[in-house]
Design a protein around this ligand. Structure first.
Ligand code: PLP
Length: 400
């Protein structure tokens, strides 16, 4: 009998966390490292949100709460879905968890049986396939089209659906590519799902508020109301409100699914932090104007990084619609040797040599299921991003 669970053996530790940790360790040893590995806004949590948390502590709101969220936060989430997405949910249809990650985790644990398939468009957020494996499901990877900005086609979705398909995980704007689906592109996918009533859709809308150049964010239940009864609309305060450490995510969906997710939460983390929940109430009901200002700052950084990367020999970088990532191709760097003597045959080797030789930490594309690429998180100051681009250029110029 093995001590560790057999299910765990199929699960990989998060490569983005590993890269960020390696960058931290190298920094601690005195190396000059620029870390563009983490998916985290560099902005601080707004003061009104911090003040709400401090007020909650002072008011003694520091006890266990209802397992899947205090009524005040559920009301604020219902209002948010109505205001921003045109979706009507009642509080009984809302689940609040310890980050968007636990929302996804609870939903998959609550619904997967061995053999169930989950369609995941690639490149994907690293955690999706591993959470599916933890739930003893089978990830079915559908590759996005590079010339369509890494988005999947309706034909590819149709071809991936089998009688075992339980979920499609949909993420727009995407981590790691920043690609956002237009209403028409999403409608073409929901039309496919309309023909397969056994398939549910888990829409990860975490980057909703990070969309540029007038891109109009849309979510599946809004585009195809007839999918409402088999859609879980997932969101959170981590990225938009710069609250990654507060750990609050939420979802709206059918009551029976939300009840099943509550059962898992009640037997795992009990409830999300009471203080963070009060902070999230303020995030969702307080002033929203700073979202636009921060979004504009991210757009400027995106443009700077895309231009900088396209100036590097061997790299080509598309302009994505949202999030704070770009996903450049290093296809033309394959088969070369770096100045430091590393031969580059994979995107992982490219990223390792870049870190060793120029001190820039980025995450290799294989981690996200599509090679040869790498992911840059541009949630950093312009000065840091300019320096990173210079170093990447120097590294690429050194490839022979
Ligand atoms: N979904 C996507 C696509 C993400 O990129 C992340 C975080 O990186 C999450 C979900 C999880 O967010 P949270 O920090 O709220 O758990």
């Amino acid at each position: 009998m093995t001590f560790l669970s057999e299910t765990l053996a199929a699960v990989k530790p998060s490569p983005t966390v590993a890269v960020t940790q390696l960058a931290r360790e190298l920094k601690a040893k005195g190396r000059d490292i620029i870390s563009l590995g983490a998916g985290e806004p560099d902005f601080d949590t707004p003061d009104n949100i911090k003040a709400a948390a401090i007020a909650a502590i002072n008011a003694g709101k520091t006890k266990y709460t209802a397992p899947d969220g205090i009524p005040e936060l559920k009301d604020a989430i219902c209002a948010k879905f109505h205001r921003e997405n045109g979706l009507t949910y009642t509080p009984a249809q809302i689940s609040v968890s310890t980050g968007g990650k636990q929302v996804l985790y609870n939903a998959l644990m609550a619904t997967l049986n061995p053999g169930d398939e989950v369609i995941i468009p690639a490149p994907f957020w690293v955690s999706y396939p591993d959470i599916v494996r933890l739930g003893q499901g089978t990830p079915v990877i559908v590759e996005g089209e590079r010339q369509l900005g890494f988005k999947i086609t309706p034909e590819a979705l149709e071809a991936a659906i089998t009688p075992q398909t339980k979920w499609l995980i949909f993420n727009s704007p995407s981590n790691p590519t920043g690609a956002g689906y237009t209403r028409d592109e999403l409608k073409a996918l929901t039309d496919v799902l309309m023909r397969h009533p056994h398939v549910w859709i888990m829409s990860d809308d975490m980057y909703e508020h990070l969309a540029y150049d007038g891109f109009q964010f849309v979510t599946p239940a809004q585009v195809e109301p007839e999918l409402y009864d088999r859609t879980l609309t997932v969101n959170g305060v981590s990225k938009a409100y710069a609250m990654t450490g507060w750990r609050i995510g939420y979802a709206g969906g059918p009551e029976h699914l939300i009840a099943a997710m509550r059962k898992i939460q009640g037997q795992s983390t009990t409830n999300p932090s009471s203080i963070s929940q009060w902070a999230a109430v303020e995030a969702l009901t307080g002033p929203q104007d700073f979202l636009g200002t921060r979004c504009e700052a991210f757009r400027e950084r995106r443009d700077l990084v895309v231009e900088g990367l396209n100036g590097c020999p061997g790299i080509t970088c598309a302009v994505p619609e949202g999030a704070f990532y770009v996903y450049p191709s290093v296809a033309d760097c394959m088969g070369k040797v770096s100045k430091g003597g590393t031969s580059i045959t994979t995107d992982e080797e490219f990223c390792t040599a870049l870190l060793e030789e120029e001190g820039v930490a980025v995450v290799f594309g294989a981690a996200f299921g599509l090679s040869p690429y790498f992911r840059v998180s541009y949630a950093e100051s312009e000065a840091v991003l300019k320096e990173a681009c210079l170093r990447i250029k120097r590294f690429c110029e050194g490839l022979k």
